[in-house]
Design a protein. Structure first.
Length: 251
């Protein structure tokens, strides 16, 4: 990300959603509740217009912000993002996502187990990649994504980020709240989004969030620009940093 910011002349600001990192947990009822946090920060920093980037589940919140405040957004890019309502059968390859809604108690246990795995993996990435859990994770990856998930250096950065999300113990509750919101249809209109402002990227071989989701979002947002990357997986954004920098850096 440092190289991306430097090469494209971007200032990148990442915001922890409520319950992740050191952000205070807040049992949000609607996706767009997070918009108020974004506005509070940008008002404080004196930023009137900015680009929005969301990867995977984060793309849902990026789209929610664009739909409600298109006047603040220069361009928005979402990559590997699920359409709502979240369909576990084709939108996620991890069983805990369905448990969170259908069987909340099992969902909590699954998330607790996952957070413990994250913390253990963060302590020794090489040992994790050799473990049964690590091998299962690699087996579930697309061929394109394997170059990232089998790379100890990249995995160290990813698991440090994930461990940071769980650092204060409210990350599990935050995941549950968000997945419950994901299981519902969009609760706002896309009609205010100007044509040409939303860019949708998706890998054709994405096993974490199936490519069908990208087509559903593009169909819902008139004038959006959809690009399917043949052979790419869930990490399509990381394969195209140069293109990403040009897109967000050109205002």
């Amino acid at each position: 990300m440092k190289d991306l910011a430097y090469d494209a002349g971007l200032q990148i600001i990442g915001i922890d959603r409520p319950g992740y990192g050191l952000s205070t947990f807040n049992p949000r009822k609607k996706l767009q509740d997070f918009n108020l946090d974004v506005n509070s920060l940008t008002d404080h920093l004196g930023i009137e217009q900015f680009g929005v980037l969301g990867w995977s589940g984060g793309g849902v919140f990026a789209l929610a912000y664009l739909a409600c405040y298109p006047e603040h957004v220069t361009k928005a890019l979402i990559a590997g993002t699920p359409a709502l309502p979240f369909d576990v059968s084709n939108a996620h390859n991890m069983p805990f996502a369905g448990f969170i809604i259908r069987i909340p108690f099992l969902g909590f246990l699954a998330m607790e187990r996952m957070s413990n795995q994250v913390l253990r993996a963060n302590g020794d990435i090489l040992a994790f990649l050799r473990s049964r859990q690590g091998k299962q994770m690699l087996h579930a990856c697309s061929r394109s994504d394997l170059k990232y998930f089998s790379n100890p250096e990249w995995m160290t950065l990813m698991y440090q980020s994930m461990a940071e999300a769980f650092r204060q113990g409210t990350g599990i509750k935050a995941v549950r709240v968000e997945h419950r919101a994901f299981m519902k249809p969009w609760v706002f209109s896309f009609s205010r989004i100007p044509a040409g402002k939303l860019f949708i990227w998706h890998g054709s071989e994405d096993k974490t969030c199936r490519v069908a989701n990208a087509y559903l979002i593009a169909k819902s947002v008139l004038g959006s620009q959809l690009e399917i990357f043949e052979g790419a997986g869930h990490c399509v954004m990381f394969d195209n940093f140069g293109k990403l920098g040009k897109l967000l850096g050109s205002q």
